[in-house]
Write a protein of this length. Structure first.
Length: 81
C-alpha cells in the first residue's frame, strides 16, 4: 500500500505530460516554416524594383535578362514573344 502512494504522482505526471508533449511535437513537426506565430501574420515578400519574375525552383525574385538563377543555379524559362 505504501509503495503505491509513492508512484501515483509519477503516473499522474506521465499520463498528463505525454499527450501534451505529443500535441506540441505534432504542431512543431507539421507547421509551415513561413509561419511566425503570434498575433500579426508575416508580410508577403514584395519584388524589388527591376525584378519581374520569380525562380520556379527557389522562389526568389529574378531580373529580366537572367537565364540562370544565381541563388540555386536552375535554368530560367524565358517567355517567348
Amino acid at each position: 500500500m505504501m509503495g503505491m502512494m509513492f508512484w501515483w504522482p509519477i503516473f499522474l505526471l506521465f499520463f498528463l505530460a505525454l499527450p501534451v508533449m505529443l500535441v506540441v511535437g505534432a504542431y512543431l513537426f507539421y507547421r509551415k516554416p513561413e509561419q511566425t506565430g503570434g498575433l500579426m501574420p508575416a508580410r508577403p515578400e514584395v519584388a524589388p524594383a527591376g525584378y519581374t519574375q520569380a525562380c520556379l525552383s527557389c522562389g526568389r525574385f529574378l531580373q529580366e535578362g537572367w537565364v540562370k538563377c544565381p541563388y540555386c543555379g536552375s535554368a530560367i524559362l524565358q517567355a517567348r514573344e
